[in-house]
Design a protein around this ligand. Structure first.
Ligand SMILES: Nc1ncnc2c1ncn2[C@@H]1O[C@H](COP(=O)(O)OP(=O)(O)O)[C@@H](O)[C@H]1O
Ligand SMILES: [Mg+2]
Length: 206
């Protein structure tokens, strides 16, 4: 899937680069990658965090799993290969948004360590922060926000993370929030202060 089928192309670099866009925005571009089981709270938290950042005048964008599967990745299934391709496309898209100077928040289950590692490589280590939205599967299943755990348990959906497909916990996430024991606002506060810390000049490596 990574074979370049358009070798006779040369990247064009304009005068307005990422640094120029970041200075116009008055903040660096970074990626905060939320990972966790379905129903753990990724979308709730990523969007609530975005609201706070937006109110502080920052340029943000949330990439949400379900949304991209209605468009850019609508042709992909949930097989391990398709999930890897899904994340590869997201990572490449996020990389473009970084170049655009945007602070990116992503909400994808991203269940496999090797796929998250690949994303980290594509995006670049210094811009990538992994936020583990931790919640026991039993609690996610009880929440069953979309009613999909029920269908997965009944065998009506295949490859459902936490039921019939694995979730590998992040090995060394930048931040962990436990959504079964912390309120939404508590988690949001924790994440927003973490984000702000990473944007401080002394944390931003070039
Ligand atoms: N601390 C918390 N953080 C995030 N969501 C929480 C928390 N406590 C309870 N919830 C609830 O859990 C559900 C999470 O759903 P959602 O954000 O759609 O999960 P995901 O995007 O990970 O599939 C929501 O109904 C939300 O209100
Ligand atoms: Mg979601």
């Amino acid at each position: 899937m990574n074979m370049l089928k358009s070798p006779n192309t040369v990247v064009y670099r304009g005068k307005i680069d990422r640094l120029a866009r970041e200075s116009l925005n008055r903040h660096p571009a970074k990626v905060f990658w939320f990972t966790g089981l379905s129903g753990s709270g990724k979308s709730t938290l990523a969007h609530a965090v975005e609201e706070e950042l937006y109110r502080s005048g920052m340029r943000t964008y949330v990439f949400d799993g379900d949304n991209v599967r209605h468009g850019l990745c609508g042709d992909l299934s949930f097989s391990p290969e398709a999930r890897a391709e899904n994340l590869r496309r997201i990572a490449e898209m996020v990389k473009l948004f970084l170049d655009a100077g945007i602070l990116c928040l992503t909400a994808f289950i991203s269940p496999l360590e090797r796929d998250r590692q690949k994303v980290r490589e594509i995006v670049g280590e210094r811009d990538f922060f992994e936020i583990y939205v931790k919640c026991p599967v039993e609690v996610c299943e009880e929440r069953d926000v979309k009613g999909l755990y029920k269908l997965a348990r009944a065998g009506k959906i295949q490859n459902y993370t936490g039921v019939s497909a694995p979730y590998e916990e992040p090995l060394s996430p930048s931040l962990v929030v436990e959504t079964d024991s912390c309120t939404v606002q508590g988690c949001v506060d924790r994440i927003v202060s973490f984000v702000m810390e990473q944007l401080e000049p002394e944390h931003v490596s070039r």
